[in-house]
Design a protein around this ligand. Structure first.
Ligand code: PNS
Length: 166
């Protein structure tokens, strides 16, 4: 069985992520989307919420499974019994970091390769950070995120803003 893992923060999932998930899932038997539970960062959404949002967004793709993980991506990939890491490249600015990460991962485990997908042009400028920024000013994010998660993002942003006003 050809299995790959797409690790990331997905805080929140964007249409760019979803495009990579759809294209990668078409090439493998099973694609596991690994949601990093990173104690060093304070995300807008908890890891459970991010898993839940990804499940909503990928419900139409039968060979996609979403799981939380902590620690090294390569360890998670091994636990999943997968041979590949999937990552998206939006622009040349992503390349340096992605190359460093892929080389580090391969030096930890030479049996795990990274497959890069170039992000679809229409989503190349989208990031989770940009989505949060636009939503925080009440801008329209419907072009940036899957419809199934849009309202949850606006709700969380307004909750956070209300908290700050207290
Ligand atoms: O969506 P992101 O934040 O760009 O994803 C980055 C991610 C989660 C893939 C990366 O930070 C990662 O793999 N973190 C787990 C720790 C790890 O394996 N580090 C070694 C790679 S340099």
């Amino acid at each position: 069985m050809k299995r790959a893992v797409y690790p990331g923060s997905f805080d929140p999932v964007t249409k760019g992520h979803l495009d990579i998930i759809e294209r990668a899932a078409a090439l493998v038997d099973e694609l596991i989307v690994g949601v990093l539970n990173n104690n060093a960062k304070i995300p807008l959404f908890s890891v459970e919420e991010r898993v839940n949002m990804l499940n909503k967004a990928t419900g139409h793709i039968p060979n996609v499974r979403v799981e939380a993980f902590s620690g090294l991506s390569v360890d998670f990939v091994r636990r999943c019994g997968a041979g590949f890491i999937v990552r998206g490249l939006r622009a040349v600015t992503d390349f340096e970091y992605e190359l460093q990460m892929a080389q580090t991962n391969r030096s930890i485990d030479c049996g795990i390769d990274t497959l890069f997908f170039t992000t679809a042009l229409e989503y190349a400028y989208i990031s989770s950070t940009i989505v949060k920024e636009v939503a925080s000013y009440g801008g329209d994010i419907s072009g940036f995120v899957p419809e199934a998660v849009k309202d949850q993002i606006y709700c969380r942003i307004s909750e956070t803003q209300r908290e700050k006003c207290k």
